[in-house]
Design a protein around this ligand. Sequence first.
Ligand SMILES: Cc1ncc(COP(=O)(O)O)c(C=O)c1O
Length: 418
Amino acid sequence: MNMERKAKPMGPVPQGYAADATGMLLIGGERADALVERAGDTPLFVYDTALISARIADLRAALPDTVDIHYAIKANSHPTLLRFMAGQVGGFDIASGGELALAQASGMAADAISFAGPGKRDDELTAAIRAGVTLNLESERECARAIDIADAMGVRARLAVRVNPDFDLKGSGMRMGGGAKAFGVDAVRVPALIRQIIDAGAVWQGLHIFAGSQALDAASIAETQASTLALADQIADAVGTAPPLVNIGGGLGVPYFPGDAPVDIAHVGSELARSLSQSALAQNGATHFAMELGRYLVAEAGVYLTRIVDVKQSHGEDFAIVDGGLHHQLAASGNFGTVIRRNYPICIANHFDAPATHIVHVAGCLCTPLDKLGDAVLLPEASVGDLVAIFMAGAYGASASPAAFLGHPAARELILQA
Ligand SMILES: Cc1ncc(COP(=O)(O)O)c(C=O)c1O
């Protein structure tokens, strides 16, 4: 049934994907159906490390040489992917004791791992201090607890302060600074806390200033980075000591939805170079700088493949029911941090370049109306057995979905490495 007038748009298919002569989607140069066969079945996440390397190389080329790239492993913490990422970036940011164990197993050096996140338990603080990982402190009380734990162990904790800045990242999908927040210590109280850290004999590692996430507008990102560097200068002035590291946050977004355009990283890089030229800390040379990025590094390198198990009609509308769903790919269903549900880029993998002629709802296999992976999307005609591919699945897919809900099996995951 063709009802083109009611089709809802979808986000742009990311670069790096094409079809072979039979119309089958290729991921990392391999046919999607062959990848499913290799993995054993659908549903399946495939991550192409070549796309990640290329992404990181482009970013490094755009950023000033003095700014390192750290990976926030919450975006995708698959152990094999983390081992790969450990060789690609200068550090990992973790957010729990579980992620600490994953980061340690990846081969990333302990002194290049930092642990942010509110509500760290004593056992998590203990494990992090024992491992020699930097704690990005979220409060004065957390600082006191960390120092007590380290004293009891007879070691010096490596402590940085997460700053709650007075500004946020404009246009970001998730604002992490500006006003009352559960994250970090209000900027005005940070110098006093740093003095306490130094006086207690702990190792002061620097500042963590993370103002927001999923921003696509380069000018807003640049403006926030300029404010971040100015704030770091102010804090260092008040303390009288240069921080060893200023983690300036990240926030680079990716185009998930119709109308989204990629971040202009050349602009971000040139503006950051300009801001660094005005930063006393950068000019002084004693401070390292890093950006902390999750989705920007990995989102576009992942594809979620799921198979159509039923096609049906209801009130004249077509439904393709797949064997995957929001229990693996919550974000694509619109239930992970988005206000209005919009369509991720989606295709029939075995008809990747066929003309899109049919409007279909792609529903997951969970018995909830929330489980919609494609809402009235325009696709080639869908049949039972076809493979549906949902793009932008490399970040916040398997690591951010309620896998236990309704008792379906976990998705398989395949990491393609050269
Ligand atoms: C402290 C911190 N670091 C990193 C990230 C990763 O953000 P993104 O995946 O958008 O780069 C987040 C996301 O919320 C965060 O809170």
